[in-house]
Design a protein around this ligand. Structure first.
Ligand code: FAD
Length: 394
């Protein structure tokens, strides 16, 4: 019969891989996509929805076309086991899927105990809003319900984590909402890192749009020693207790659990991959895409996962259908919105070396750019959003 590829995770990496495998093989490969959710809510632009400049409804995307138009066998279930010798995936519902090549793109899970006092059971009171789904809307409702002059706190994650500028775009969008509705409110950014992505751009923008609203505490002042109490709504920063009204905890991260179940993760919790192919270093038949992979210089982003999926698809088609193999090339851009129409970006093109995916050329927005350029950068990001979601689900 046809060679079989099972893709676990229907997000940025997995949906792209499944769709391109099906499309480019013209039905010659039997593609199964395993994903528990019936609707994929993008994390990208969820900060914009939080800021009221995008709609939460517009974040949701259906798998219907992948099945109906592209003939992909879409299975809404959790993968709970991987047998790499027998080459099967086991589903929570009991099904067993055989494969010739396996693609894992399960995204992230949180490191247990990373922020003492917080665990997923506390996500209703102190949302992470760092995976797709309802968490971002919950955080938006909490911001809306803040008392006048209240405190919004964010506990930011240590490196490496998904979307390096994401926490700071979120701070910007919360500040935008509060400036309009609750201008005496304060934002407390508790960050274990000494520096962060696009820092000069964010700090310039915060000064300009939200003067006096945002206070950042860094490791020099104890922000690397933080715990929370979700019942009391307090944040303990190196012994100093802050009472807060909303608390967004974004814990330290690791590869989605199924990668660990498959026995592919390293001590840091990520899956080392071959930069030329996106194959797990530990198994030639398993490709690991996106946030779960440890590949070198690319940030953990939707753009990166989409780019990596195309490299994996090229290799899989070559191996299963003997099509032409092209050298791996990757690219990424991360846009962030600081205020309505004030968009910035950072990005790079990458080559594969034996050791890692390595930056070839990079670019970043500059401080002091005029408003027309910033508006054009924001417009570009909307084009990217339309493009990647069509590339995954169209
Ligand atoms: P995901 O897209 O998270 O997909 C993983 C999928 O796997 C999920 O649908 C999950 O349900 C499924 N899954 C997990 N485990 C299993 C299992 N055992 N069985 C079956 N299915 C499973 N990136 C950008 O490029 N641009 C941005 O502007 C941007 N903004 C962001 C803003 C925020 C606030 C956040 C949090 C992230 C942002 N990102 C952005 C990052 C981006 O969302 C991720 O890097 C990207 O989605 C990673 O793709 P992935 O395929 O690795 O994981």
């Amino acid at each position: 019969g046809r060679p079989r590829v099972v893709v676990v995770g229907g997000g940025s990496g997995g949906a792209t891989a499944a769709r391109h495998l099906a499309m480019q093989s013209g039905g010659a490969i039997d593609v199964t996509l395993v994903e528990p959710s019936r609707t994929y809510y993008t994390c990208y632009f969820s900060n914009l929805a939080l800021g009221g400049v995008w709609s939460f409804d517009d974040l949701g995307h259906s798998y219907a076309n992948l099945a109906a138009v592209h003939g992909i066998n879409v299975v809404h279930d959790w993968a709970v086991g991987v047998d790499r010798d027998a080459r099967t995936v086991t589903l929570a519902g009991g099904g067993v899927l055989p494969w010739d090549r396996l693609v894992l793109s399960p995204g992230i899970d949180f490191v247990d105990g990373a922020v003492p006092g917080w665990d997923v059971a506390a996500q209703g009171r102190m949302p992470h809003a760092y995976k797709g789904g309802t968490q971002a809307a919950l955080l938006a409702a909490q911001v809306e319900g803040m008392r006048e002059g209240g405190v919004f706190a964010m506990v930011a994650p240590p490196n490496p984590y998904r979307c390096p500028p994401g926490p700071y775009e979120r701070i910007s969008m919360v500040a935008h909402v509060l400036t309009q509705r609750n201008p005496t409110a304060k934002i407390l950014l508790v960050d274990p890192k000494e520096s962060f992505s696009k820092q000069a751009l964010f700090e310039e923008g915060w000064q300009r749009h939200y003067p006096g609203m945002i206070e950042r505490i860094d490791p020099l002042f104890g922000a690397d020693n933080v715990s929370v109490d979700p019942e009391a709504m307090t944040v303990d920063i190196d012994g100093v207790i802050e009472q807060v009204d909303v608390c967004n905890v974004i814990p330290a991260q690791k590869a989605g659990r199924i990668a660990e179940v498959a026995g592919l993760t390293n001590d840091a919790g990520w899956v080392p991959v071959d930069p030329h192919t996106m194959k797990a270093r530990a198994d030639e038949a398993v490709f690991v895409l996106g946030d779960a992979s440890q590949q070198g210089d690319m940030p953990k982003s939707g753009y990166s996962a989409n780019s990596q999926a195309k490299v994996a698809v090229n290799v899989i088609r070559h191996e299963l259908l003997d099509t032409r193999l092209f050298p791996a090339r990757y690219s990424n851009t991360c846009w962030s919105l600081i205020a309505p129409d004030d968009g910035v970006k950072v990005g790079a093109a990458y080559d594969a070396t034996d050791e890692k995916i390595a930056t070839r050329d990079s670019f970043i927005s500059q401080t002091g750019e005029d408003t027309d350029l910033r508006a054009a950068t924001f417009a570009e990001s909307i084009g990217w959003y339309r493009g990647i979601t069509a590339d995954m689900f169209g």
